[in-house]
Every structure is written in structure tokens, then in C-alpha cells.
Design a protein around this ligand. Structure first.
Ligand code: E4P
Length: 218
């Protein structure tokens, strides 16, 4: 299972990279804006900085919603660095663009996916990754993890190579449940990833071991 961090915050990306378990980064225009990164030049420069930190896939999102615009933007993004994966929205023009990018060997992440039908189209178009947003489904009282299960079933039925990138992961249990279902990748905040480390018996056990070691060394 791959771990991506879902942020444009360089400090958090560095921290996750230093853990040694990071496989990539996802960003979106909202995450960029949250870090105060606005304007095409600054955003491009930020992608380059992220690619210098992480030895893995970095999703960079197109802003255009028409085919020609997406192609122009996506090709420019892909030229920035070999780590870049072009993030394309799940709309009609987006499917055409994904098909085009896949024929050119440009890797894609089909974003804003909320149904099995959308995931099926993304796979048929040749997307490298499909991003179902599980947290946003949970937000509207719909089971996001169930969508991951359904996409896993459909992709396995036809041996689609598109990787299921569980996005909008909000907490640690999302990661654990995604692993049980067989999502290929999760992307979430550093806090959710670090939550995997925690167990009170680890903390109390370590405290006891250290206390006992120190007794013997007095
Ligand atoms: C995915 O690539 C998106 O950046 C992201 O996971 C959205 O998450 P959110 O619903 O927490 O904004």
C-alpha cells in the first residue's frame, strides 16, 4: 500500500519524507491557497520544490475544464519533473484528456470521483490513479469506504491497472480500513498517518523498559 500526503505544506511534506515511508504527495488548488500559494508562477515553483523533497509521485492539478486547455496545462506540468502526475477532474472533457495523456505516456490522477460509474470510466480511459473522496462522502452521510470496496470489486473483475487512491482520508481508521479493503494508495494529512504509530501499551511498555534499564545502571 502506498502512502501519499495530502498537503502543499513543505514542512509537513519534509517531516513525512523523513519518516521514510512516504510514496508521494497530492495537492489541489484549495491546499495551495491554504499555504498562501497563488498565481500560476508561484504554483509551478511550489510543485518543483515538492518534487525536490519527495522521491515519488506528485499530483499537480489542471485548472482548465476544456479539452485543449487541459492538454496544454497537463503537458506543461508533466514537463516540470518526472515525478509529476497530472490531476484531471472527473468530467467529460477530463475523460477525453485522460485518454489522450495515457496515449502519450503521461501519468494521470482522475480526481473528484464519487461513484463506481465514474471510477469505471477513469479506468477505461487509462488513468494511472483514480481518487474517490471518502471523507467528503462521509460528510454527507454516505459510506465512503463502501465506495472503495465497490471500486476494488469492479477493477478486480476486469483486471484494470488503474490504482485506487483513497483520497479525502480524514483520520487513522480510514487508513486501516482502506488497507483491509485493498486500496492501492491512501492520501491524507500527516496527523492521520502518524496516528498509526500510537498505542498506549507501546508508550507504557517503553517507559517501563527504560525505567528498568536505568535501575540496573545505577
Ligand atoms: C485529493 O487528492 C484531494 O486533495 C483531497 O484528498 C481532498 O480532501 P478533503 O476532502 O479533505 O479536502
Amino acid at each position: 500500500m502506498k502512502f501519499f500526503i495530502d498537503t502543499a505544506n513543505l514542512e509537513q511534506i519534509k517531516e513525512a519524507e523523513e519518516l521514510g515511508i512516504l510514496d508521494g504527495v497530492t495537492t489541489n488548488p484549495s491546499l495551495m491557497a491554504k499555504e498562501g500559494i497563488t498565481g500560476a508562477d508561484n504554483i509551478i515553483n511550489h510543485y518543483k520544490q515538492i518534487c525536490e523533497i519527495v522521491n515519488g509521485d506528485v499530483s499537480a492539478e489542471v485548472i482548465s475544464t476544456d479539452f485543449e486547455g487541459m492538454i496544454e496545462e497537463g503537458e506543461a506540468l508533466a514537463d516540470l519533473h518526472p515525478n509529476i502526475v497530472v490531476k484531471v477532474p472527473m468530467i467529460k472533457e477530463g475523460i477525453k484528456a485522460i485518454k489522450y495523456f495515457s496515449s502519450k505516456g503521461i501519468r494521470t490522477n482522475c480526481t473528484l470521483v464519487f461513484s463506481v460509474g465514474q471510477a469505471l470510466l477513469a479506468a477505461k480511459a487509462g488513468a494511472t490513479y483514480v481518487s474517490p473522496f471518502i471523507g467528503r462522502l462521509d460528510d454527507i452521510s454516505t459510506d465512503g469506504l463502501h465506495l472503495i470496496e465497490e471500486i476494488r470489486l469492479v477493477y478486480d473483475n476486469y483486471s484494470y491497472e488503474t490504482q485506487i487512491l483513497a483520497a479525502s482520508v480524514r483520520h487513522t481508521m480510514h487508513i486501516i480500513e482502506c488497507a483491509k479493503i485493498g486500496a492501492d494508495v491512501i492520501t491524507g494529512p500527516l496527523k492521520a498517518i502518524e496516528g498509526l504509530l500510537k498505542h498506549p501499551l507501546t508508550d507504557s511498555g517503553l517507559a517501563q523498559f527504560l525505567a528498568d534499564y536505568n535501575k540496573g545502571n545505577k
